[in-house]
Design a protein around this ligand. Structure first.
Ligand SMILES: Cc1cc2nc3c(=O)[nH]c(=O)nc-3n(C[C@H](O)[C@H](O)[C@H](O)COP(=O)(O)OP(=O)(O)OC[C@H]3O[C@@H](n4cnc5c(N)ncnc54)[C@H](O)[C@@H]3O)c2cc1C
Ligand SMILES: *[C@@H]1O[C@H](CO)[C@@H](O)[C@H](O)[C@H]1NC(C)=O
Length: 422
């Protein structure tokens, strides 16, 4: 028989759900289960970056040594390189800015209390306060707290918003269920470095520095991964008029090399030579969420992309999911079972404003790289503005945010639970 004082069900074993599971499993009074719809945990993909702030959270969670083993780049800020920005939609590009410190890293899969092929279809609040979960295969489970870590197409978010829209007579909330197409598509490719062309007799620049090639309505991000053995590129093209329209295709499809080359016709050879080397590019419809007004209702919580799925232009989605997990685990670990609601409120008050800010900034950054922000292509103003988009990384610290969440929790505990959520 379990002696745990409360049960947390984590729906979705992506980076957010797994990070939360690992962090919570250190609190012996909490029972943790991860319900993953797929047959196994998936890798989030080659070339996903995290920043030193996220690395700090992994250190605080005592996960950094595990990540170091599988990371591409050792997380040493002294050797990390920033992006080099070039205007490239003409035949001769030029350098115009340098910011930030990305770390390429490969995923590591923490062990956990995982249940596979458990695709949540719905949940229901029971009279006694428990939450009953129903899975696609007919299986069921109960918990005291449900955390929806089920990605940008979250079924937990959908149900939460439907229930809240009805309870509060706010039909507008229903518009927040579906992710919105940003009007941007992305072509992605991975090229072995040995296949990379030299440009004017020199080693391709992406091997020396992460590159951001900018153009009107388009930009290409390229950097090496796997100890420099592979170059990862993502080539974006945007149609502002189609923002928030239906994408009208699967989000990820195969596409032809010709389509990519046609899209970037007229770009400097450094870029076109790179795109030419990918025989099997994939095409992505870039979607994001509209900002949610809450991440928590009735002992159901959203975390990661389920709460704030964002465009990839600040490389921040995984970092924000990890930040959510860190704060939520911190307050849940410190809260008595009777102050669970106060802990959830502290999580929401700490994370919602920041995560929504990053979601908004990420979209704006995409516009900046493509000369569609209010700065146009006025490089002298645009350069610093792009730099400031990353201020969220340094304006606070993870430790400071955890302390802030604890202050909110303790203050709510002192006042007694602010409102009855059962
Ligand atoms: C093109 C692109 C590039 C990106 N580049 C970066 C980058 O450089 N840096 C960065 O930080 N981020 C990047 N991201 C974003 C990052 O990948 C996500 O923000 C991150 O993976 C979100 O993690 P998550 O755990 O919230 O959701 P997911 O990773 O989406 O995980 C959700 C999990 O839930 C499972 N699931 C879904 N529905 C159910 C259900 N009903 N029941 C049970 N399980 C379910 C899924 O199988 C999955 O395992 C990029 C994204 C894209 C699309
Ligand atoms: C896309 O291409 C890969 C191989 O590159 C193949 O395995 C996959 O089936 C293709 N998908 C579709 C939908 O054609």
């Amino acid at each position: 028989m379990s002696t745990k004082s409360f049960r947390v069900a984590i729906c979705g074993g992506g980076i957010g759900g797994l990070c939360l599971a690992v962090a919570l499993s250190k609190h012996t009074h909490i029972q943790v289960d991860v319900f993953e719809g797929a047959e196994r945990f998936k890798e989030i993909g080659a070339g996903v970056m995290i920043w030193s702030r996220t690395w700090r959270i992994l250190e605080l969670l005592e996960l950094a040594p595990h990540f170091a083993k599988v990371a591409d780049t050792q997380p040493d800020p002294a050797v990390a390189t920033g992006f080099e920005y070039r205007r490239s939609d003409t035949k001769d590009g030029f350098k115009w800015n340098l910011v930030a410190m990305p770390y390429a890293f490969a995923e590591q899969l923490p062990k956990g209390l995982a249940h596979f092929r458990r695709r949540l279809v719905s949940y229901e609040k029971q009279a006694g306060g428990e939450i009953a979960l129903t899975f696609a295969d007919g299986a069921s489970a109960v918990c005291d707290l449900l955390v929806g870590c089920d990605g940008i197409k979250s079924v937990v978010r959908a149900q939460m918003l439907r229930v809240k829209a009805k309870e509060d007579a706010q039909p507008g909330l229903l518009n927040l269920i579906e992710p919105k197409w940003t009007g941007t598509i992305a072509y992605r490719g991975l090229i072995p470095s040995t296949n990379l062309p030299s440009v004017d007799g020199a080693r391709h620049r992406t091997l020396a520095s992460p590159m951001m090639y900018c153009g009107q309505n388009k930009h290409v991000v390229a950097y090496s991964i796997s100890q420099g053995n592979i170059v990862n590129f993502v080539a974006f093209a945007s149609d502002l008029n189609r923002k928030n329209t239906a994408y009208g295709a699967e989000w990820v499809t195969n596409c032809s090399k010709d389509e990519v080359l046609q899209c970037f016709g007229g770009w400097e050879s450094e870029v076109s030579l790179l795109l030419e080397r990918e025989e099997k590019p994939t095409k992505w419809g870039i979607h994001h969420l509209e900002e949610l007004p809450f991440f928590v209702t009735n002992r159901v919580v959203l975390l990661g992309d389920a709460a704030h799925g964002m465009s990839p232009h600040l490389g921040a989605g995984a970092g924000q999911a990890i930040e959510d997990a860190y704060i939520l685990a911190h307050v849940l670990g410190a809260a008595a079972p009777k102050s669970l609601d106060a802990a959830l409120e502290a999580y929401q008050q700490t994370r919602l404003p920041v995560a929504n800010h990053v979601l908004r900034s990420s979209y704006e950054s995409g516009n900046m790289y493509e000369f569609n922000s209010r700065f146009g292509d006025e490089y002298s103003a645009l350069g610093p503005a792009i730099g400031h988009q990353w201020d969220f990384l340094t304006e606070s610290t993870p430790e400071g945010e955890a302390e802030k969440a604890m202050r909110i929790l303790r203050s709510l505990e002192r006042q007694g639970i602010i409102r009855e959520r059962l």
